[in-house]
Design a protein around this ligand. Structure first.
Ligand code: M6R
Length: 620
């Protein structure tokens, strides 16, 4: 979703802003833009000579459309702000792209989030004579700052922010104020980067890492003022704050495609390594247990927890659904899984005996953040499994575990899903070994975990076979995915992968539910993907498949054994290696990721940036 990058220093700002926008592209967006103030003689009090140009360049579509415009790219400017927009208020268009400006075109604003009271503010400002150009909620901020501006931008922004309700990360510059960028955060992440005689800010530290690893994460209702030779941070009561500078400890992952046609394919193929990284240093084989340093400060509390509620969205939610079975299998905890966006409507009794576990690749998902805040308010212990280091969720959880999977750029989550499953298994094992799980059981799980990366490699060797099967199925317009127990979430995640990148309708169902409704859809044009491992669900799965066959439905099966009955009923079959039942979904999802990828490719879809989707969903 929307992304912000800002620069204030001595270097040419535009190349840094454009590069930052490119590093934010993976989040998903529909337009982009930047604003800089052209350098010129400085007047008294550090003010610019009047009439220095505020250059605003915007384009619908990709950042390279912005570059191709070649307007303003050679301007001599050493501070500015830039934005990638994912439309909320008003269609994707050049005029709705950010930065938004005031009537005099001196104040430029970029904004992530939503201004909930923008309509009433807009009416008020229009009544005072302000002229609006866009349909965005963001434009009210520029006009409000204009309304309050006398000669101090910081004061004007503080007064404007007092009037706003909703969530936002904002950056503001004024053409008459030399080298000053003002940042405000409420509910939408903003981080300040401390460089060498230069300051940067962004909504995502990923945009800043080429310039600095020194970060200050703003908390809600904080304002950062960046100048060319100093910065300061205040709260909205105008009190100066001392904030800790944190060193972003991120491994230097390469973010190119490494010869793969798409990031998604590269990320699917990275899974042997991302699974290894999820386990690295976290297993004590000699004791049949796991060790998660990030949870150590809360381990005593965790051991006495009676209930665990997993909250997350999308693919992370499906990982949580599978987490329920894993935790139930290995611990004595009562487990609930809830969509983060629904969690706040529940009337749950949360107290200190309850732990809430948030799963999030981006660490920024607004719904998940809102759920965490609700859980904290009610006194629960809040934990996270997050991939993106230093992001908002990692800042507000009590403790957590990083995926260490490297950046996931493809909008469709693949390697993080399998990594989330591995880490939940390690967590469940850690708790379970204080409860009923024996050394022998713990060792079996660890041995199975250790074998996983090679088993994934084996599946990936068969990518061409899966491509051929995908070709056979690419003409269908609807798919049903079914599974039971550990593979019920696999069915849902497989269906989500197909629909989000190929735009084909697909439903993931618990196989037992099929006869309660969806079976009416089945005919020769409505194929089913059945996840049918050789475990205690096998016989029942075979019965469900028979029911589909009896209605002329085609079946593509994913299984882990040569079961003659499965072979007989299936039109096509993909066999993956066998592991213990709780880990089998990690292997079963890999061919389904590839199946979705190859169908989407055949259909010529924009696989890494599917329409309407964003990598980080920062609005509720
Ligand atoms: O960053 P998060 O894990 O919190 O994101 C949650 C969902 O938005 C995300 O998993 C989404 O469903 C993906 N596009 C799925 O591939």
């Amino acid at each position: 979703m929307c992304g912000i990058i800002c620069y204030c220093g001595k270097k040419q700002a535009i190349p840094i802003l454009i590069n930052g926008l490119k590093r934010l592209e993976y989040r998903g967006y529909d337009s982009a833009g930047f604003a800089v103030v052209e350098n010129g003689a400085i007047g008294k009090n550090g003010r610019n000579n009047k009439n220095r140009r505020n250059i605003v360049v915007k384009a619908k579509g990709r950042v390279d459309h912005l570059e191709k415009k070649k307007i303003g790219l050679d301007v001599d400017a050493t501070f500015g702000i830039a934005h990638t927009r994912w439309a909320t208020h008003g269609k994707p268009s050049q005029v709705n792209a950010h930065p938004q400006t005031d009537c005099a075109n001196k104040i430029s604003v970029v904004h992530n989030g939503i201004i909930e009271n923008y309509l009433e503010l807009k009416e008020e400002l229009m009544a005072k004579g302000h002229v609006f150009k866009s349909e965005t909620d963001t434009e009210v901020i520029a006009h409000l700052v204009e309304e309050y501006f006398e000669d101090d931008l910081e004061i004007a922004v503080l007064k404007a922010v007092e009037r706003l309700s909703g969530t936002f990360g904002i950056a503001v510059i004024h053409a008459d104020i030399d080298h000053q960028v003002i940042i405000v955060k409420r509910g939408s992440p903003m981080v300040v980067g401390i460089g060498d005689k230069e300051y940067l800010a962004a909504s995502d530290s990923n945009a800043l890492t080429p310039y600095t690893k020194k970060m200050i994460y703003l908390s809600d209702d904080e304002i950062a003022v960046l100048n060319s030779d100093e910065y300061h941070i205040k709260n909205l009561r105008n009190e100066t704050l001392e904030k800790k500078i944190e060193i972003l400890e991120t491994r230097d992952y390469k973010v190119d495609k490494r010869g793969f046609e798409h990031y998604m394919l590269k990320e699917i193929f990275e899974q042997p390594v991302s699974i290894e990284n999820a386990m690295r240093g976290r297993i004590i084989e000699s004791e049949g247990v796991s060790k998660l340093g990030g949870l150590e400060p809360v381990l005593d509390r965790l051991k006495n927890t009676r209930q665990l509620i997993i909250v997350s969205c999308g693919t992370s939610y499906y990982a949580g659904l599978l987490g329920r079975y894993i935790f139930e299998h290995l611990t004595e905890l009562n487990i609930e899984v809830e969509l983060a966006s629904e969690f706040r409507y529940r009337r749950l009794k949360l107290d200190e005996d309850v732990a809430v576990l948030a799963l999030s690749q981006s660490g920024e998902t607004a719904d998940t953040l809102a759920a965490i805040k609700e859980a904290k308010r009610k006194g629960a212990l809040v934990l996270g499994i997050v991939n993106a280091v230093g992001t908002a969720i990692t800042q507000i959880t009590d403790a957590g575990v990083y995926n260490h999977a490297g950046p996931e750029i493809g909008v469709a989550s693949t390697k993080i899903y399998t990594s989330q499953l591995v880490i939940q298994t390690l967590m469940a094992l850690l708790i379970g070994r204080y409860q009923g799980v024996s050394f022998i059981e713990g060792s079996e799980i660890i041995n199975a975990l250790i074998r996983l990366p090679d088993q994934v490699r084996e599946i990936l060797k068969n990518a061409d076979q899966i491509k051929e099967i995908a070709h056979k199925y690419s003409r269908y317009k609807n798919f049903l995915y079914i599974g039971r127990l550990f593979n019920y979430p696999t069915a849902m995640e497989g269906a989500l992968k197909l629909k989000e990148i190929s735009y084909i309708h697909a439903e993931g169902y618990a196989a037992g539910e099929m006869k309660h409704g969806p079976i009416s859809l089945i005919d020769r044009n409505f194929p089913t993907v059945a996840i049918v491992p050789d475990d205690l669900t096998l016989d029942k799965m075979i019965s469900n498949m028979q029911e589909i066959k009896a209605r002329n439905g085609k079946i593509l099966s994913v299984t882990n054994a040569n079961v003659p009955q499965v072979e007989k009923i299936s039109n096509d079959i993909i066999v993956v290696p066998r592991t213990i039942p709780i880990l089998q979904p990690i292997l079963n999802i890999i061919p389904l990721q590839l199946f979705a990828y190859y169908i989407a490719k055949e259909k010529g879809r924009d696989i890494d940036k599917p329409r309407n989707l964003a990598k980080s969903v920062t609005v509720e």
